[in-house]
Write a protein that binds this ligand. Sequence first.
Ligand code: BES
Ligand code: ZN
Ligand code: ZN
Length: 503
Amino acid sequence: MGTMNSLKLSTTTKLPKFTDRDALVIGVKPDSKGNPVAVIPTALESSDLAAVVAQLNLTALGASTSFESLTRYVTPSGVAIALLGLGKRELTVDDYRALAGAAVRQLGTFARVHFALDFAHQSALVASFEGAAVANYEFTLFKGDTKAKRVTSEISAITALKLPKVEAERILVLSQAVHQTRDLVNTPPNELYPAAVASAALKQAKDLPVKVTIWDEKKLQADSMVGILAVGSGSTRGPRLVKIEYAPKGAKKKLALVGKGITFDSGGLSLKPPTSMIGMKYDMTGAATVMQTVLAIAKLGLPIKVTSWLCLAENLPSGSATRPNDIIRYRNGKTVEITNTDAEGRLVLADGLISASAEHPDLIVDVATLTGAATVALGNRYAGLMGTGAAINAVKDAAAAAGELVWHMPLAPELKKNLEGETADLINAKLGNPAGGMLVGGLFLQEFVGTKKGSNDADDILEWAHLDIAGPANNDVAPYGYIGKGASGSYVRTLVALAESMI
Ligand code: BES
Ligand code: ZN
Ligand code: ZN
């Protein structure tokens, strides 16, 4: 598990006393001929260690200068040095976040990791600590082998710059939120079912100024949460809706977050083939993300109201499962014929969006591993971003501040015909027509975003953004930057930055 409350972040101008549990990170970049040279920061220029490093034959050591690569070397006096490739380019703030993350990710067995990098400015230092803290994670709960377990408990930077206390606190809260998102998402679906997510929310909210409300099946029925009920009806482990409210006194703005929480997506009666089913434990990433975001915002005490809605169900086939051709009637009056039980995310999110809209927040953001088409279009690192104008701009800016990747996609109105029903108002998927699959998902959700307070124009909807995170939710390729294999925990930091930007 990756809860790193006890992680210590510090800056120092002196070299630490090195033991075999310490690693020292030094940057390496290519000279004009392409040979590796160590970059000794000013703080270290006159140290003994600088002399040792200066004598090293980095070419003979095979030190790579390529971005994020790590070459290990132990000095004769026993200091473990990690030569970190800086690449050729001038470093951006995002580069520092990735570089420090890559180092800590690869040095997890050292108790203390010391960065002797040339931090160009304060924001580079803060980003480095953030990347390092976020990277300091491994999901070991189901591994017996203790050999390789991560033990890094202290990260220091050797520099004359200082890490302000508020920044350190923010980094610890954010990295813990990212780690807890990863923990929830990585937990296998036999252990993590809708009621288990609800229990985790209650437990983690316990000492925080938030209110948690849980809809069990009876309450879901009473309140006509038809989408969540329909998707959850095939499982013996019933669906839930969880509302987590943070409403500090005096806060003016209100942000609503809605998360897709399918704890396992088999496709239901529209069953997925075996290879597509692997990885469908990740289908609750949206719910984990919005849960950890509101908890982090409460911990930071930000002066803004935030409500997260977790739409939780397990999508399984059975004698009680929803059938293709079933029709459900939502509280906003719209009826949907379920043509494909595997397009279930939009069905549960519709209930969440209707519920969130009823409170007329300033902004609604939904987060969902909604479509395979998102990965086809954007690969594994970008979230598809759709929605209303101001919401798009706000999410784009927040993502840029957090160093997370989003790409604006159109809610192309000509694709609306793919959702036109014959018997009901809408269908949830047009079978055999994959064109613009991610956009069609967004168009469906748009139908359930309520109108602005006092408006009678159905098109005058609340500010809303939809993030399709099917690609970046989990990393099934090589680790990079501060992201290892498995759940990424991405977009928690974007959403916290978004809340900060609204204050
Ligand atoms: N959970 C999937 C989307 C998904 C696929 C996420 C691959 C991550 C990786 C979603 O519920 C789904 O099955 N969507 C369908 C929609 C289609 C039937 C309109 C899809 O993408 O095929
Ligand atoms: Zn599905
Ligand atoms: Zn799904």
